[in-house]
Design a protein around this ligand. Structure first.
Ligand code: UTP
Length: 290
């Protein structure tokens, strides 16, 4: 992946069924870890990796997502004498140039990425799933870019090791080692039946992709539920370009389900200067009562 990556696609057009009923009106991607939406965390990660253009894929009914990134002059006027609050109000809008494309129907992650084809154009780009949160500096995208620097035209996917007994719940790669924390991918298997997994390297929602992936996604047949899967598109891409799996530093939180988001919130509260002590007291008290 030689050329610098300037653009990132953030698919945010899913139904969020695991968070019903709240997702009837609040997009999952805007649910907060403490006080910041998950979407904000991943836009920050993209900006930190040098990405200047963020393309968010949304859907009809999730207008709140675009709303979040709109300037709020009314609020800024009201809070004009409080620098800290002003900074918070502006934090969403200032990180990158954020634009939106609409996926009319939730036809899968691969289809969501394909929806962004025109906005991305003919250049390599990143894909970031906003419900996979990794709190680490440097961020996962930066780490992946470093891991494949100089690999002309290659693609990359982030992976983390999961316990073998849980591997059937994840998408995993079939790969061989290709350097420190890096693997050359031969294939990908979604939720392998017990005892059949080719590795315990599970796929995390960060990808670096060359523009050829769009042609692959066009050729990808829909799967069981009529959805076009990104991993199926990557299987086709693998015929033409090298795909690497990159392990990364940092803990991944699964913000795609309520308990995962709760865990992320508690652990973030325990790390943040302004909440650490009160959060630790709370956790100790709750633990003592169990
Ligand atoms: P998920 O697989 O978590 O699906 O999508 P989901 O629909 O959001 O949630 P559940 O499973 O019904 O609870 C991972 C990411 O891909 C986006 C989602 O918005 C989420 O950010 N996505 C998924 C799309 O943009 N379009 C789709 O068709 C599917």
């Amino acid at each position: 992946m030689c050329a610098a990556i300037r653009k990132a696609v953030i698919p945010a057009a899913g139904l969020g069924t695991r968070f019903l009923p709240v997702t009837r009106s609040v997009p999952k991607e805007l649910l907060p870890i403490l006080d910041r939406p998950m979407l904000q965390y991943v836009v920050e990660e993209a900006a930190e990796a040098g990405i200047t253009d963020v393309i968010v894929v949304t859907s009809p009914g999730k207008e709140g997502i675009a709303e979040y990134f709109r300037p709020r002059p009314d609020l800024e006027t009201r809070l004009s004498d409080d620098a800290q609050l002003l900074e918070k109000v502006r934090s969403g809008a200032n990180l990158a140039d954020v634009s939106f494309v609409i996926q009319e129907e939730p036809l899968g992650l691969g289809h969501a990425v394909l929806t962004a084809r025109e906005a991305v154009g003919a250049e390599p780009f990143a894909v970031i799933l906003p419900d996979d949160i990794v709190d680490h500096s440097p961020g996962v995208l930066s780490q992946m870019m470093a891991a494949v620097a100089g690999e002309d035209g290659a693609a990359a996917v982030a992976v983390e090791r999961v316990p073998w007994e849980l591997v059937q719940n994840y998408g995993v790669v079939d790969s061989e080692p290709a350097g420190e924390g890096r693997h050359r991918v031969r294939g990908m298997v979604e939720k392998p039946p017990p005892g059949t997994a080719p590795s315990n390297l599970s796929i995390v929602g960060r990808y670096l992709l060359p523009p050829q992936v769009f042609d692959c996604l066009e050729r990808t047949p829909p799967g069981a539920r009529g959805e076009i899967q990104l991993t199926d598109g990557l299987a086709l891409l693998m015929e033409d370009v090298a795909v690497y799996a990159c392990e990364f530093e940092g803990i991944r939180y699964d913000g795609g389900n309520p308990l995962g988001l709760l865990r992320a919130s508690i652990e973030h509260a325990l790390k943040r200067d302004d909440t650490r002590d009160a959060a630790a007291d709370l956790v100790r008290r709750l633990a003592a009562e169990l």
